[in-house]
Design a protein around this ligand. Structure first.
Ligand SMILES: [Zn+2]
Length: 134
């Protein structure tokens, strides 16, 4: 095994990649013969790489376009959809709140009644009993 006295180095740029190919031989004539034999194969490899790179780029662009169509805001900043805003903290605007003197069970107005222990709202039901709205 002796060191090759002649060598040729090829450098290809394929997209973002660099491909190095080095041929070594005993003399220039042998090297030239091998270069001639190897170059078509190398060219095919390079072209295949370029095809693949172009296909990947096209697929990436298509995916980005589809993403942008579905959620432009999420695609723009790379974040998920923000959570919905928190409900209002003050109870004045809440639809579930029942106004004083109104029975939410029967949807009828109640009357304010009172005795020595306090006062309360109630209304009379059809069967004669009283409802306090709860
Ligand atoms: Zn009631």
């Amino acid at each position: 095994m002796h060191e090759a006295p002649a060598s040729a180095c090829f450098k290809f740029r394929v997209g973002t990649m660099e491909l190095m190919y080095t041929l070594r031989g005993i003399d220039d004539a042998e090297l030239q013969r091998r270069i001639t034999a190897t170059l078509p194969t190398l060219q095919e490899v390079i072209e295949a790489c370029e095809d693949r790179a172009a296909q990947r780029a096209a697929a990436r662009e298509a995916a980005q376009a589809a993403q942008a169509q579905q959620a432009p805001a999420a695609a723009a900043n790379g974040q998920a959809t923000p959570p919905p805003p928190a409900p209002p903290s003050n109870g004045t605007a809440q639809p579930a709140s029942t106004p004083e003197g109104w029975c939410a069970l029967h949807q009828v107005p109640m009357e304010l009644r009172s005795n020595e222990r306090g006062s309360w709202w109630s209304h009379r039901l059809a069967d004669g009993s009283y409802c306090k709205g709860k």
